[in-house]
Write a protein that binds this ligand. Structure first.
Ligand code: B16
Ligand code: MG
Length: 214
Protein backbone atom coordinates (compact mmCIF):
# COMPACT_ATOMS: atom_id res chain seq x y z
CA UNK A 1 0.00 0.00 0.00
CA UNK A 2 2.70 2.52 0.96
CA UNK A 3 5.41 3.48 -1.53
CA UNK A 4 7.28 6.28 0.23
CA UNK A 5 8.47 6.92 3.79
CA UNK A 6 9.47 10.51 4.58
CA UNK A 7 11.66 10.77 7.68
CA UNK A 8 12.32 13.85 9.73
CA UNK A 9 15.98 13.96 10.79
CA UNK A 10 16.58 15.51 14.23
CA UNK A 11 14.90 13.27 16.81
CA UNK A 12 13.97 10.53 14.33
CA UNK A 13 17.16 9.19 12.74
CA UNK A 14 19.75 11.04 14.83
CA UNK A 15 19.97 13.53 17.69
CA UNK A 16 21.28 16.99 16.84
CA UNK A 17 19.17 18.98 19.30
CA UNK A 18 21.98 19.15 21.89
CA UNK A 19 24.35 20.64 19.29
CA UNK A 20 21.67 23.10 18.12
CA UNK A 21 21.10 24.02 21.77
CA UNK A 22 24.79 24.56 22.55
CA UNK A 23 25.27 26.67 19.43
CA UNK A 24 22.18 28.82 20.12
CA UNK A 25 23.15 29.17 23.79
CA UNK A 26 26.56 30.50 22.84
CA UNK A 27 25.14 32.89 20.27
CA UNK A 28 22.47 34.07 22.74
CA UNK A 29 25.15 34.68 25.38
CA UNK A 30 27.07 36.85 22.94
CA UNK A 31 24.06 39.17 22.69
CA UNK A 32 23.22 39.07 26.40
CA UNK A 33 20.43 36.46 26.33
CA UNK A 34 20.19 33.42 28.59
CA UNK A 35 18.36 30.32 27.30
CA UNK A 36 17.83 26.93 28.94
CA UNK A 37 16.94 23.40 27.82
CA UNK A 38 13.26 23.92 28.51
CA UNK A 39 13.17 26.87 26.11
CA UNK A 40 15.14 24.81 23.58
CA UNK A 41 12.11 22.50 23.22
CA UNK A 42 10.41 25.39 21.41
CA UNK A 43 13.13 25.36 18.74
CA UNK A 44 12.74 21.74 17.67
CA UNK A 45 11.70 21.36 14.05
CA UNK A 46 11.75 25.15 13.64
CA UNK A 47 13.88 26.73 10.88
CA UNK A 48 17.14 28.53 11.65
CA UNK A 49 15.91 32.09 11.17
CA UNK A 50 12.57 31.38 12.94
CA UNK A 51 14.56 29.92 15.87
CA UNK A 52 16.51 33.18 16.15
CA UNK A 53 13.25 35.17 16.02
CA UNK A 54 11.88 33.07 18.88
CA UNK A 55 15.01 33.65 20.98
CA UNK A 56 14.86 37.41 20.39
CA UNK A 57 11.14 37.54 21.18
CA UNK A 58 11.69 35.51 24.34
CA UNK A 59 14.17 38.19 25.51
CA UNK A 60 12.03 41.09 24.26
CA UNK A 61 14.76 42.01 21.78
CA UNK A 62 12.88 41.38 18.53
CA UNK A 63 13.30 45.00 17.44
CA UNK A 64 16.92 45.45 18.48
CA UNK A 65 18.41 44.05 15.26
CA UNK A 66 18.07 44.79 11.54
CA UNK A 67 17.31 41.97 9.10
CA UNK A 68 20.97 41.99 7.98
CA UNK A 69 22.16 41.72 11.57
CA UNK A 70 19.76 38.81 12.21
CA UNK A 71 21.12 37.03 9.15
CA UNK A 72 24.65 37.53 10.45
CA UNK A 73 23.68 36.12 13.87
CA UNK A 74 22.00 33.06 12.34
CA UNK A 75 25.04 32.46 10.13
CA UNK A 76 27.38 32.75 13.10
CA UNK A 77 25.32 30.17 15.01
CA UNK A 78 25.38 27.85 12.01
CA UNK A 79 29.17 28.05 11.61
CA UNK A 80 29.54 26.99 15.22
CA UNK A 81 26.91 24.23 14.84
CA UNK A 82 28.57 22.89 11.68
CA UNK A 83 31.85 22.52 13.54
CA UNK A 84 30.08 20.50 16.24
CA UNK A 85 28.42 18.05 13.84
CA UNK A 86 31.61 17.46 11.86
CA UNK A 87 32.41 14.86 14.51
CA UNK A 88 29.28 12.84 13.62
CA UNK A 89 29.80 9.30 12.31
CA UNK A 90 27.66 6.19 11.64
CA UNK A 91 27.68 5.76 15.43
CA UNK A 92 25.32 8.73 15.70
CA UNK A 93 22.62 7.00 13.67
CA UNK A 94 19.80 5.88 15.99
CA UNK A 95 19.53 2.19 16.71
CA UNK A 96 17.26 0.35 14.28
CA UNK A 97 17.37 2.95 11.50
CA UNK A 98 19.70 1.01 9.23
CA UNK A 99 17.60 -2.19 9.61
CA UNK A 100 14.42 -0.24 8.93
CA UNK A 101 15.92 1.27 5.77
CA UNK A 102 17.05 -2.18 4.60
CA UNK A 103 13.58 -3.59 5.14
CA UNK A 104 11.96 -0.71 3.28
CA UNK A 105 14.30 -1.21 0.34
CA UNK A 106 13.53 -4.93 0.28
CA UNK A 107 9.88 -3.99 -0.10
CA UNK A 108 10.68 -1.46 -2.86
CA UNK A 109 9.54 1.44 -0.70
CA UNK A 110 11.31 4.74 -1.30
CA UNK A 111 12.99 6.75 1.47
CA UNK A 112 13.11 10.56 1.69
CA UNK A 113 14.36 13.01 4.30
CA UNK A 114 11.93 15.82 5.16
CA UNK A 115 13.93 17.92 7.59
CA UNK A 116 13.80 21.63 8.35
CA UNK A 117 17.60 21.56 8.39
CA UNK A 118 19.71 22.96 5.59
CA UNK A 119 22.51 20.80 6.99
CA UNK A 120 20.61 17.56 6.25
CA UNK A 121 22.76 16.55 3.23
CA UNK A 122 25.96 16.89 5.31
CA UNK A 123 24.49 14.82 8.15
CA UNK A 124 23.19 12.13 5.78
CA UNK A 125 26.73 11.80 4.42
CA UNK A 126 28.35 11.70 7.88
CA UNK A 127 25.79 9.15 9.12
CA UNK A 128 26.71 6.90 6.17
CA UNK A 129 23.17 6.58 4.78
CA UNK A 130 23.68 8.50 1.53
CA UNK A 131 23.04 5.41 -0.59
CA UNK A 132 19.81 4.56 1.23
CA UNK A 133 18.10 7.89 0.63
CA UNK A 134 16.18 8.55 -2.60
CA UNK A 135 15.66 12.25 -1.99
CA UNK A 136 16.46 14.96 0.55
CA UNK A 137 14.03 17.88 0.54
CA UNK A 138 15.86 21.21 0.43
CA UNK A 139 13.92 23.38 2.91
CA UNK A 140 15.12 26.47 1.05
CA UNK A 141 13.09 25.31 -1.98
CA UNK A 142 9.72 25.29 -0.23
CA UNK A 143 7.62 28.30 0.71
CA UNK A 144 6.59 27.45 4.26
CA UNK A 145 8.25 25.44 7.03
CA UNK A 146 6.54 23.00 9.41
CA UNK A 147 3.68 22.98 10.57
CA UNK A 148 2.82 23.78 6.93
CA UNK A 149 2.74 20.63 4.76
CA UNK A 150 5.16 21.95 2.08
CA UNK A 151 8.27 19.88 2.98
CA UNK A 152 6.31 16.61 2.95
CA UNK A 153 4.38 17.49 -0.21
CA UNK A 154 7.65 18.33 -1.97
CA UNK A 155 9.06 14.84 -1.30
CA UNK A 156 5.93 13.13 -2.68
CA UNK A 157 5.84 15.40 -5.71
CA UNK A 158 9.54 14.99 -6.51
CA UNK A 159 9.39 11.20 -6.29
CA UNK A 160 6.05 11.03 -8.11
CA UNK A 161 4.22 9.20 -5.33
CA UNK A 162 0.54 9.76 -4.51
CA UNK A 163 -0.16 11.38 -1.12
CA UNK A 164 -2.25 8.38 -0.04
CA UNK A 165 0.83 6.18 -0.50
CA UNK A 166 3.11 8.24 1.78
CA UNK A 167 3.99 7.86 5.46
CA UNK A 168 5.68 10.68 7.41
CA UNK A 169 7.75 10.04 10.55
CA UNK A 170 8.22 12.91 13.03
CA UNK A 171 9.19 13.61 16.64
CA UNK A 172 7.88 17.19 16.88
CA UNK A 173 4.29 18.40 17.23
CA UNK A 174 4.76 20.87 14.38
CA UNK A 175 6.04 18.01 12.21
CA UNK A 176 3.04 15.77 12.91
CA UNK A 177 0.79 18.71 12.07
CA UNK A 178 2.68 19.16 8.79
CA UNK A 179 2.26 15.47 7.86
CA UNK A 180 -1.45 15.50 8.69
CA UNK A 181 -2.11 18.67 6.73
CA UNK A 182 -0.30 17.08 3.79
CA UNK A 183 -2.95 14.33 4.05
CA UNK A 184 -0.42 11.59 4.86
CA UNK A 185 -0.31 8.85 7.50
CA UNK A 186 1.65 10.21 10.49
CA UNK A 187 3.99 8.14 12.63
CA UNK A 188 5.07 9.89 15.84
CA UNK A 189 8.29 9.16 17.70
CA UNK A 190 8.15 10.11 21.38
CA UNK A 191 5.34 10.72 23.86
CA UNK A 192 1.84 9.79 22.65
CA UNK A 193 0.30 12.46 24.91
CA UNK A 194 2.34 15.18 23.19
CA UNK A 195 2.01 13.71 19.69
CA UNK A 196 -1.72 13.03 20.03
CA UNK A 197 -2.44 14.08 16.44
CA UNK A 198 -0.30 11.26 15.04
CA UNK A 199 -1.99 8.13 13.63
CA UNK A 200 0.37 5.91 15.60
CA UNK A 201 3.14 6.69 18.13
CA UNK A 202 6.26 4.69 19.02
CA UNK A 203 8.63 5.55 21.87
CA UNK A 204 11.70 5.25 19.66
CA UNK A 205 12.45 4.77 15.97
CA UNK A 206 13.67 1.23 16.61
CA UNK A 207 10.16 0.32 17.86
CA UNK A 208 8.58 0.91 14.43
CA UNK A 209 6.99 -2.29 13.12
CA UNK A 210 6.39 -2.28 9.38
CA UNK A 211 3.80 -5.06 9.76
CA UNK A 212 1.63 -2.65 11.83
CA UNK A 213 1.76 -0.07 9.09
CA UNK A 214 1.46 -2.02 5.87
P1 B16 B 1 19.52 24.17 10.31
P2 B16 B 1 14.40 18.55 11.91
C1 B16 B 1 15.42 20.92 12.68
O1 B16 B 1 15.59 19.59 12.30
C2 B16 B 1 15.85 21.08 14.13
O2 B16 B 1 14.99 20.34 14.98
C3 B16 B 1 15.76 22.54 14.51
O3 B16 B 1 16.17 22.72 15.84
C4 B16 B 1 16.63 23.37 13.54
O4 B16 B 1 16.58 24.74 13.85
C5 B16 B 1 16.18 23.12 12.12
O5 B16 B 1 16.26 21.73 11.84
C6 B16 B 1 16.99 23.91 11.09
O6 B16 B 1 18.30 23.46 11.09
O7 B16 B 1 19.94 25.38 11.07
O8 B16 B 1 20.55 23.08 10.28
O9 B16 B 1 19.03 24.52 8.91
O10 B16 B 1 13.80 18.07 13.21
O11 B16 B 1 13.40 19.25 11.01
O12 B16 B 1 15.16 17.48 11.20
MG1 MG C 1 12.61 16.54 14.46
Amino acid sequence: KYKLFIFDMDGVITETSEQHYQAWKQLANEIGIEIDRKFNEKLKGVSRIESLERILEYANKANDFTEDEKLELATRKNENYKEMILKFTEENLFEGVKDLFDELKKRNIKIAIGSASKNAPTLVRLLGIENDIDYIVNPAEVKRGKPAPDIFLKAAEHLGVDISECIGVEDAEAGIEAIKSAGMFAVGIGDSKVLNKADIVYGETKDIKLEDLM
